[in-house]
Design a protein around this ligand. Sequence first.
Ligand SMILES: Cc1ncc(COP(=O)(O)O)c(C=O)c1O
Length: 387
Amino acid sequence: MFSGRVPSDLAPNRIAAARAAAAPPFDLTASNPTACGIAYPAGLLDALADRAGLAYRPHPRGLESARGAAAAEYRRWGVEVDPERIVLTASTSEAYAFLFKLLAEPGDAVLVPSPSYPLFEHLARVEGVEALPYHLNPELGWRPDLDVIASAPAGVRAVVVVHPNNPTGSFVHPDDAAAIERLAVTRGWAVIADEVFLDYPLAGGAGSGRSFAGRERALTFALGGLSKSVGLPQLKLAWIVAGGPQELVDAALARLEFIADTFLSVGTPVQLALPALLRDGAPVRAAILERCRTNLDELQRAAAAVPEVSVAPPGGGWSAALRVPAVVGEEELALELLEEDGVAVHPGYFFDFPSAGTLVLSLLPDPAAFAEGVRRLLARVRAHLGR
Ligand SMILES: Cc1ncc(COP(=O)(O)O)c(C=O)c1O
């Protein structure tokens, strides 16, 4: 009776089931910025009460004032964006859904980085599209295997880059961005650049501070949104910036407008409030960045005491990958940490890390809880090493 777009087995996995039984006191997977003790300025949401929000005058691409405010964000990256090239959506996830509808027939495919954000598989599947992974190479600072991308089968309609990637933290190297763009032009693909973490440089690296918005050669969609840039996922507002050859951009925008018009999913009050939210939300962004840097420093300091453990310094983003010796399976270790130590971590296989022995930690938790969680985690690894 039901479509194959939704998996038939929806039972929670072992880790989710163990977490449901008892909430972990040291949750190193916490990545909801509104639940991590980040300070939000008083009055940040006042603009949502604007009485202009009592009138419903929908615009499928989004209100001009909101698109103008989103466009102005790109000045931080030295790019002038035309607000006419922006379409608002309720979230980046919805932006992916719109773009997959725009670009792919059912059964077509999109290339996605691996390891990366596990939601891609579901986002593609519910649109009737296949997510084909291309590998990022840990030996090369998580740069992509361009040969794999070049040999992608017919039926691929777009290549997704995540800049910086979640959870490897790697920025797309400018040489790889140019190579991917060239391949996209040759193969007739669009480039979808997820830049939701661009505001959060940690170790930085080539590509840091550069946006895909404003790239001229291939049809390119740069994605951003309030969820990460101001730590307000609950307000449900994100944006797509279309770029590339004008004729293609115009054709894409007309069709995106048609798709957006069938849903009109972005609320009027949040659109009216966007200029104020982006202006007054800057301290939230700064506080989140500070939090990530503090926790990363602590993780590196603590991990330095256990030679078998290493932290690959993330270029940017909200998470870090910890390499641990494969003395016990990732899932067993994650379950032990949960059940014995009250510490929640993600095993690397959730994100398709290529080698066993990776744990992924969010850098957002309260620093005291983070430090204690890391202490317990390292103590358990040491115990497995017999020390
Ligand atoms: C790479 C990446 N893109 C998009 C999102 C989701 O953003 P949104 O809340 O706008 O759907 C996330 C959330 O963690 C993410 O990691």
